[in-house]
Design a protein around this ligand. Structure first.
Ligand code: KG4
Ligand code: ZN
Length: 346
């Protein structure tokens, strides 16, 4: 296969991102990868506000594309196509990206490739590690939680997913309940370091049920009850309580992911992969306790464990450009009727 160079555009949540990726055979090279976050814009609201996000994407997206081209030292004429996240996500943001990509494709005559954001995450370990199909992927972030067998660039077998909150969301809500700053994940993890993970017996939801589906919203409710119990008994949280609550919460999340991960691995191994691998991606994969338990599980079950570098685990456009390359190689190209989809299951 000849080298192929794509521009990727991502704007489905609260990051406006553009990247240039070149692929030569099975190897991918990131020529540029720029991202503009919106955390400050949404900070006062305790979550992403769709209307504010859409405006910020519309404002920033052209700048990001220009920056990605400049940083890579290429112009539109050097590209083979334009890949853009066409969903799932906040529709205003997705539309900003799709409109921008359509404009560029129309002006340049380059092919347009719509990419599923989740496929972007799921295919990243091929860009960073050249993983062979099929591999097992745990996608665990503020918006997603699923175990996937990645069979090809356009075939994903979902073994299970959360039936309510994503773990990152649960970390963020836990931080809020305990008056810790956002984003919750890293702050809850830091607080948990000095806590006792066995201090509170929080539930491990759905472990009594077969399959790989998960639930995290009950955990948050249990934590709230534990917190209020302490406040009622002691008149407030005492020194060490917060750390114990964080540690107990984190242990519960890690246990659920590990127990369901064990089942996912068993289902994956039935396919007899030549080189069994578990790849993790998403912001929550940065958590050391969760990572450690999954690594131990992989060692026990004979899988290699891998995680892309954090900047490629969280939302970015390099993963969209790369997925676009893989999809284009399968012969899929979109027309000007490419739709922005708020929901788009893999
Ligand atoms: O992948 P990501 O950047 O964005 C999406 O959700 O798409 O993930 C962000 C989420 C947030 O909920 C954040 O609290 C969580 O990942 N997170 C963590 C850690 N670092 C980030 N959760 C647990 N432990 C961490 N160290
Ligand atoms: Zn994402």
């Amino acid at each position: 296969t000849r080298p192929i160079t794509l521009l990727g555009i991502e704007s489905s949540c609260d990051d406006t991102a553009a990247a240039i990726v070149r692929a030569n055979g099975s190897r991918g090279e990131i020529l540029s990868n720029v991202v503009s976050g919106q955390t400050d814009l949404h900070a006062a609201f305790g979550g992403v506000v769709p209307e504010i996000a859409a405006r910020a994407h519309a404002e920033k997206i052209d700048l990001m594309v220009e920056a990605a081209l400049a940083e890579a030292g290429v112009s539109l004429g050097d590209l083979d196509g334009i890949a853009v996240t066409a969903g799932p996500g906040l529709i205003g943001g997705v539309l900003s990206g799709v409109m921008c990509a359509k404009g560029l494709a129309m002006g340049s005559g380059l092919p347009l490739i719509g990419v599923n954001h989740l496929a972007g995450h799921a295919l990243t370990p091929r860009l960073t590690d050249g993983l062979a199909f099929p591999y097992l992927m745990l996608l665990v972030s503020g918006g997603h939680c699923q175990f996937l067998v990645v069979e090809s660039a356009d075939r994903f077998h979902r073994l299970g997913s959360t039936i309510d909150d994503a773990p990152g969301e649960a970390f963020d809500k836990t931080a809020k309940l305990l008056a810790l700053p956002q984003p919750g994940g890293p702050n809850v993890e830091r607080e948990a370091e000095s806590g006792n993970p066995k201090a509170f017996a929080l539930p491990r939801p759905l472990l009594d049920r077969p399959g790989c589906d998960m639930s995290f919203s009950g955990l948050k409710t249990a934590l709230l009850r534990a917190r209020d119990g302490l406040i009622e008994r002691d008149g407030g949280l005492r020194r060490g309580d917060r750390a114990d609550l964080c540690a107990s919460f984190q242990a519960a999340v890690a246990d659920v992911l590990t127990a369901k991960g064990r089942r996912a691995i068993a289902a994956y191994l039935e396919r007899e992969p030549a080189e069994p691998v578990l790849a993790v991606a998403g912001g929550v994969a940065a958590n050391a306790t969760i990572r450690h338990q999954l690594q131990t599980l992989c060692a026990e079950t004979g899988l290699r464990f891998t995680a892309p570098p954090l900047a490629l685990c969280t939302d970015n456009a390099a993963m969209i450009a790369w997925a676009g390359i893989e999809i284009a190689r399968l012969g899929h190209v979109d027309g000007m009727d490419l739709a922005a989809r708020p929901r788009w299951p893999l």
